[in-house]
Design a protein around this ligand. Structure first.
Ligand code: AMP
Length: 395
């Protein structure tokens, strides 16, 4: 298989699907350029080989052509990071874009306009993908965040490069780190799954039951597990149609000898607000009309002990409503426990939008072995699903 490492891009034109879907403020300035920086190793390798680069990405959720989602807004920043001029095609498949691709010289970079200005992109339209593929020698997918979508630029376009397609460094890295956790974890292996709902995490939980020694559950979904076992949860978040699912998970964990650890105490609030009155109770004794919004001290100690004895740690989903300062402590303390375990030699992988946001907010990213860039994509890979964008390259 051709790889980004062993391929010689000399005089080749590479079409790279990048994820430049960066957050912008009201003035259309980039507030976090992590995603652009993550693509630099791939772009620079191709340029250093004396190849030329065509970049394609989506930005935001435009309905048709909307200038506030134009990639032209981020062109100067890309140019600055690459330390060279970047040309811009104001339509990703027009005749003009084709001419610009054709005329591109070694060492030159061209950015195509937002792919999602065309509805064909998300539909995975083949004609649209074919136009993207024209005047190009090699296709490189380095957009992990969209690898779980069968879009034209992430999946369909690959079929026009049967001999010349590969992952970029970022996707390679994501796969290497996720595979390490899924297929060759050091033991004990502890997964910490939090967040709002059982329904959105059930597939990953089921898949992990075959792999982990410890499964720690936290966050809003806790209360569905507690109610299912007859506990009192007051007004806490609950999915009444998932009570049986929760019992099923408890049963499966027992069968598979997985230690399932639920919080034992709860930090409760009398309303869903940062300035609510608070009270700590046992996890299954939340008073009527109160809601559990975070794990409390005893749970933090219990979880931290297990985490610090682990050799592999996977974390997805916050332990409480960490967006509110008064209910962030559980998530902060668990993040810190993972950082300490990592310091002591454990391998830790954190992924999924909110846990990554938490890690960044608490400035702990450099204390984690690997922080995944893909929210939904990471979750689906960990669920054991085949991601269309990954399959399209491997096949
Ligand atoms: P997810 O996207 O499923 O990982 O869920 C993340 C969201 O879960 C965050 O916005 C948290 O505020 C929310 N969350 C975590 N714990 C609780 C809780 N105890 N009650 C309500 N929401 C929660």
């Amino acid at each position: 298989m051709k790889t980004i490492e062993n391929y010689n891009f000399e005089s080749k034109k590479a079409l790279i699907r990048v994820d430049f879907n960066v957050p912008l403020n009201d003035k259309l300035e980039i507030t976090d350029d992590t995603r652009i920086k993550a693509a630099l190793p791939t772009i620079n390798k191709i340029l250093n080989d004396n190849g030329s680069v065509v970049l394609m990405s989506h930005l935001g959720r435009p309905k048709g052509t909307e200038q506030k989602f134009s990639l032209k807004n981020i062109l100067p920043h890309i140019s600055q990071l690459l330390d060279r001029e970047v040309k811009f095609a104001d339509d990703c498949i027009s005749d003009n874009a084709q001419t610009m691709k054709k005329d591109l010289k070694p060492g030159e970079v061209l950015l195509l306009e937002n792919l999602r200005f065309y509805s064909e992109e998300k539909k995975g339209d083949e004609e649209f993908a074919k136009k993207l593929s024209q005047n190009i020698d090699v296709y490189v997918n380095d957009a992990f965040g969209t690898a779980h979508r069968a879009h034209a630029s992430t999946t369909i376009v690959a079929k026009f490069f049967p001999e010349n397609k590969m992952f970029g460094f970022l996707i390679n890295n994501e796969l290497k780190n996720m595979d390490k956790v899924l297929h060759e974890p050091g033991h004990p292996f502890t997964a910490i799954i939090g967040g709002a709902k059982v329904s959105s995490k059930i597939s990953i939980i089921i898949n992990l039951l075959d792999k982990v020694d410890n499964l720690i559950i936290g966050g809003g979904m806790t209360y569905t597990f507690i109610k299912a076992q007859g506990g009192k949860i007051g007004n806490s978040l609950v999915e009444d149609d998932k009570l049986n699912t929760a019992l099923e998970v408890i049963k499966k964990a027992k069968e598979k000898n997985v230690k399932l650890i639920l919080p034992v105490d709860s930090l409760n609030a009398d309303k869903f607000a940062n300035d609510a009155n608070t009270k700590i109770t046992k996890i299954d004794e939340v008073d009527d009309s109160w809601l559990g919004l975070d794990i409390a001290e005893v749970s933090i100690k219990l979880f931290s002990n297990i985490i610090e004895k682990s050799k592999t740690i996977l974390w997805n989903g916050p332990m409480g409503v960490f967006e509110m300062e008064n209910f962030a402590n559980g998530t902060v303390q668990i993040a810190k426990a993972i950082a300490r375990a990592t310091d002591n030699g454990a391998f830790s992988l954190v992924g999924g939008g909110d846990s990554v946001a938490a890690i960044n907010k608490f400035k702990l990213a450099n204390k984690i072995s690997y922080v995944s860039t893909g929210g939904g994509a990471m979750l689906e890979y960990m669920e054991g699903k085949t991601l269309p964008g990954i399959k399209a390259i491997k096949e």
